[in-house]
Design a protein around this ligand. Structure first.
Ligand code: XMP
Length: 509
């Protein structure tokens, strides 16, 4: 295994992910980890992460210097490199010019990290300090225009340092540098897989839960379905799921979930029909934030009422992913993501004295899909595009009524059918219809119409933090528009949203 020492970088799970992608087990540990614990874990290499601090600040993160006497390879990234230089007797100084963004990396010594990579390629820099004097035994192995000491090595001890961030996608060849560290320096074996992750997670859940009960909300989406499957494999019938139909779902949402998950798993599941409750509370509400608050609070209320019927539940299962916690609040923009992660059923675990089980919290969406596939979950479910907790409420601009929900459901089903037929469903992060609050004039069968307008939204993205509008083929757009106008009553116009995120968001509300 490899240990990533957490010096406070936003990216340390990304480092762990890059290691896992190479089939090597990896664990992130705090910087105050003891040397004894490191020896017990018996890693074949250590990666020191970056971090926001400067090495000379009071309270800047540090770890036991004895790390460098254990005899295992160490790779320091950014602050991790500064720490290594500083603690081993070199000097770090505040850079004259902060370097943030792209830089050209000139390679001075190719081996081992830059093997076969050439020179002069793009890397991502983000630092205020840099190395000025190296400790004994170290040499400079790469530089950039602003940073003469951009990479260092002590070949004898197998200590390496990178001022750049190899873990972010902007660094061309970054993951190859990590790969070289794993296999050429640490001699790692490629023996970690989603299967081993899933076996480990199941046995951890078993140990934590014992014979107690776990309750969890199922939304019909990938994350909660994969988390529920894992938990079910660990505790079987002691898992109790609750699916709340809030009246804001798409066509066949409940049926699809029943078909693809609950049948194959023999889950305990209560389907709660709360349509009336939600729709009457939303009557006349047009402000997006108010809609979200009403839906979030009602969800908690309904979930709590149902959960209390299950006696002796000690645990709450949730499908929280790493991007949900990467930003202190949520990947989905603050207090609005009530039905997603910690904030989904925020307050519930404490209020009901429940302990959280979040088996996916180290994973990214694509890893969750791999895990879902590994667990044998129906591919239709594994590859479902994300659907927001507040559902169609935030895709109907203005007033939410039964009639407007019907219109949107029909248009959305046509859009998704055509996207699937064109073989694009899995390639798009999301694709959906939005009902606009405007009416416009049209002409159909020689008659004047004055009817509603649908917007088509389709985006590509890796994690929803940023997104590009998808360049859908014109003939596909034409077909979708034609079908919606012909088949959905009260729609006479279709428009296509060409806004990326930022400056737009993926959803319209
Ligand atoms: P935005 O609109 O902020 O959305 O670009 C980013 C991603 O988050 C989803 N989304 C939500 N998911 N509860 C959720 O579970 C929410 O309140 C929520 N709001 C947005 C959205 O569909 C997109 O994938």
């Amino acid at each position: 295994m490899i240990i990533v020492i957490d010096f406070g970088s936003q990216f340390n799970q990304l480092i762990a992910r890059r290691v896992r992608e190479n089939g090597v087990f990896c664990q992130v540990e705090p910087s105050d980890i003891s040397i004894d614990r490191i020896k017990t874990l018996n890693p074949v290499g250590i990666i020191l992460s970056g971090g926001p601090s400067s090495i000379y600040e009071n309270d800047s993160p540090a770890m036991d210097k004895a790390l460098f006497d254990i005899g295992i390879p160490v790779l320091g990234i950014c602050y991790g490199m500064h720490y290594m230089v500083h603690i081993l007797g070199g000097k770090i100084k505040a850079a004259q010019k902060k370097e943030y963004g792209f830089a050209k990396l000139d390679i001075i010594e190719e081996l081992p990290l830059f093997k076969d990579l050439g020179s002069g390629f793009q890397c991502w820099m983000s630092h205020g300090d840099s190395a000025e004097k190296l400790p004994q035994g170290f040499v400079v192995t790469a530089s950039t225009e602003n940073t003469p000491i951009a990479a260092i090595a002590n070949h004898e001890k197998k200590f390496y340092g990178l001022q750049l961030h190899p873990e972010v996608e902007h660094s061309i060849n970054g993951s190859l540098m990590i790969k070289h560290f794993l296999f050429d320096v640490c001699q790692c074996e490629k023996n970690w897989s989603m299967k081993s992750f899933s076996d480990g997670a199941i046995s951890q859940i078993k140990d934590a839960v014992g014979s107690k009960k776990v309750i969890m909300g199922l939304s019909g989406g990938v994350d909660s379905s994969v988390a529920a499957t894992l938990i079910h494999k660990a505790v079987g019938k002691n898992l109790f799921c609750i699916f709340v139909d809030n009246g804001l779902l798409r066509i066949n949402e409940k049926e699809d979930l029943e078909k693809s998950l609950t049948k194959s798993l023999d889950l305990n599941i209560s389907f709660i029909d709360a349509k009336e409750k939600f729709l009457s509370a939303l009557k006349g509400v047009t402000d997006p934030e108010k809609k979200r608050k009403i839906i979030g609070n009602l969800f908690i209320e309904v979930f709590e009422t149902e959960a209390q019927k299950i006696e002796d539940a000690d645990f709450l299962g949730q499908g929280t992913l790493y991007p949900d916690i990467i930003e202190s609040k949520s990947a989905f923009g603050g207090p609005t993501s009530i039905i997603k992660s910690h904030h989904n059923v925020g307050g519930l675990p404490e209020k009901m004295k429940l302990k959280l089980i979040e088996p996916l919290q180290l994973l990214f969406k694509d890893e969750v899909r791999k895990l879902g596939t590994e667990l044998g979950i129906n591919p239709d479910l594994v590859w479902r595009q994300p659907f927001p907790g507040p559902g169609l409420a935030i895709r109907i601009m203005g007033d939410i009524t039964g009639h407007r929900l019907e219109i949107l459901r029909e248009a959305d089903a046509i859009l998704l059918e055509e996207i699937r037929n064109a073989g694009l469903y899995r390639k798009l992060w999301q694709s959906f219809a939005v009902l606009l609050p405007v009416k416009s004039v049209g002409v159909m069968g020689d008659k004047r119409t004055f009817a509603n307008c649908i917007a088509i939204r389709a985006v590509t993205s890796n994690d929803a933090m940023t997104a590009d509008w998808a360049k859908l083929p014109h003939d596909l757009l034409g077909k979708i528009s034609n079908r919606i106008i012909n088949e959905v009553e009260h729609i006479n116009r279709v428009v296509f949203d060409i806004t990326s995120k930022p400056p737009g968001t993926i959803e319209w509300e």
